[in-house]
Design a protein around this ligand. Structure first.
Ligand code: 5AD
Ligand code: SF4
Length: 479
């Protein structure tokens, strides 16, 4: 049997790629039922979209399987953000091909950003693929499957200005029953010059605030204790109520969701430094259950490079934003995305990125070397002139600087007590729980009688590595 995660080898060390290639398990295959198997790559948004796809397929009588050899339909939700992500998908298609040869009639579908980027070209390049479905066309899946079953290729890569899948209740895949994603907006209007997302995910649009609230409430009632509001740029969330004409901003949405229940934690991702407002920061501060953690990608610490990247802020502006966050919420953790070796970046400019890591005191970062993507502004305007060797060396320097800062950040927490939401057993032992604190740091601690996954407890940090805090359960403060 080809199990779910052969692609995980060598990827697991990268923090953001923990879940790459994850397939999920629903139960045993039931005879007579049609089954789908789905793997997801890329960002959290893709994982969230796979849950929408699963829900659409469940409506059609499909049930989920983790065993791709038992599937009538094999789907891969793809990422185009870097070349490597696309290479991984192509490798997985070779595996699907083998399954298809053993089980003729099995349909293979490519979903998401790579489907959108390559469109019909995919069908020429990868003859085994039966379905090519872009991120805004998932409602069309049943019709496309019917087309493919008739022996034609099913393709829909239309991007929409309205689709938010607001009315679809996602089927939670491989969930711990505690944390869930809620997609609040789709697309991106930012046009960072390195990024393919505006081309693969289309224009920005915000989802009905009341449907978001209903989803959060439903999750809480089903026992979930943490929701992450997702969007490529959550701070530009803006929904106009068609009945009243009133608009809901991201700060207002955050406030609404925070009021669902004090025991429901709220996280959000991703924030663009140019869009995060004081109002958002004060709303975070006002609610204990809004986690004190902001993912605020800097991309580069140098103003000239930021300009070339079309990030619309410079180093000074970013520094002011970081200062403002720490001023309003001294206990807030900030994390980042960083790109090494963007077009024309000099050694001095790279040094500015290293110093930014120190300045911003990121709790952690997702770090990449620049990968030119066809069709982007940078691919059209600038030469990808930094040799791969240099890019990789700069990336190593960035990782080294970040690891030291992460370790120092965690060491400062030793002796402090945090409220932790228990997410399950730790990776190493069923005698230990793992769970995150408000600052999104993973804490590992010995279990205590009477506590279970989904409960909150207080944990005192005793030891730190650059990735985790080890600790012990203590009585709630004041007791
Ligand atoms: N090359 C390298 N990294 C990229 N990212 C986006 N596009 C590219 C690219 N072409 C990174 C950015 C972004 C994160 C999701 O991926 O840091 O914030
Ligand atoms: Fe997500 Fe971006 Fe990858 Fe698309 S290209 S799946 S939006 S990370």
């Amino acid at each position: 049997m080809y199990d779910s995660n052969p692609t995980l080898d060598g990827l697991t060390k990268k923090i953001d790629e923990d879940r790459q290639g994850e397939a999920f398990f629903q139960g045993m295959e039931e005879a007579g039922q049609r089954h789908f198997y789905i793997e997801s790559y890329g960002c959290q948004m893709n994982f969230s979209d796979s849950e929408i796809v699963a829900s659409i397929l469940a409506e059609q009588g499909y049930s989920a399987t983790r065993n791709m050899e038992a599937a009538d339909l094999i789907l891969i939700n793809t990422c185009s953000i870097r070349e490597k992500a696309e290479d991984t998908v192509r490798k997985r298609l070779r595996i699907f091909d083998q399954v298809k040869q053993q089980r003729p009639g099995t349909l293979v579908g490519v979903l998401g950003c790579m489907a959108e980027r390559l469109k019909a070209k995919f069908l020429e390049e990868e003859r085994l693929v039966d379905l090519v479905v872009g991120p805004d066309a998932y409602r069309d899946l049943p019709a496309l499957i019917a087309t493919a079953e008739d022996g034609d290729k099913g393709i829909n890569v239309f991007l929409s200005r309205e689709e938010t899948y607001a009315d679809i209740s996602p089927m939670r895949l491989d969930s711990n029953g505690v944390s869930a994603f809620i997609s609040i907006m789709r697309g991106c209007d930012n046009m960072c010059s390195f990024c393919v997302v505006p081309f693969t995910r289309g224009r920005e649009r915000s989802r009905n605030a009341f449907s978001i609230l209903a989803e959060a409430t439903d999750l809480f009632e089903r026992g979930y204790r943490e929701v992450t509001l997702l969007g490529q740029n959550v701070d530009s969330y803006k929904w106009e109520n068609p009945e009243t004409g009133q608009t809901v901003s991201f700060a207002q949405l955050l406030d609404m969701v925070a009021r669902v229940h004090p025991d429901l934690r709220i996280r959000f991702s991703t924030s663009h430094p140019k869009d995060i407002t004081d109002e958002v920061l004060f709303t975070m501060k006002a609610h204990e259950n809004v986690c004190k953690y902001i993912h605020l990608p800097v991309q580069s610490g140098n103003s000239r490079v930021l300009e070339l990247m079309n990030r619309t802020y410079d180093r000074e502006w970013y520094i002011n934003k970081v200062n403002r966050i720490y001023e309003i919420m001294p206990d807030c953790a900030i994390s980042s995305d960083i790109i090494a070796g963007f077009c024309t970046e000099t050694e001095e400019e790279h040094q500015d990125t290293l110093s930014m890591i120190e300045f911003a005191r990121y709790s952690m970062s997702y770090m990449f070397f620049y990968s030119e993507r066809p069709g982007t502004l940078a691919a059209r305007k600038y030469e990808d002139d930094i040799p791969l060797k240099t890019k990789k060396r700069r990336l190593q320097e960035i990782i080294k600087a970040q690891t030291a800062v992460s370790l120092a950040h965690n060491q400062q927490d030793i002796g402090k007590t945090f409220k932790v939401l228990i997410e399950g057993d730790s990776k190493r032992s069923d005698q230990e729980f793992k769970g995150r604190n408000s600052q999104n740091k993973m804490m590992v601690f010995p279990k205590q009688e009477g506590l279970k996954t989904g409960d909150y407890c207080y944990v005192k940090a005793l030891e730190a590595t650059s990735a985790t805090l080890k600790g012990e359960i203590v009585p709630p403060p004041g007791l």
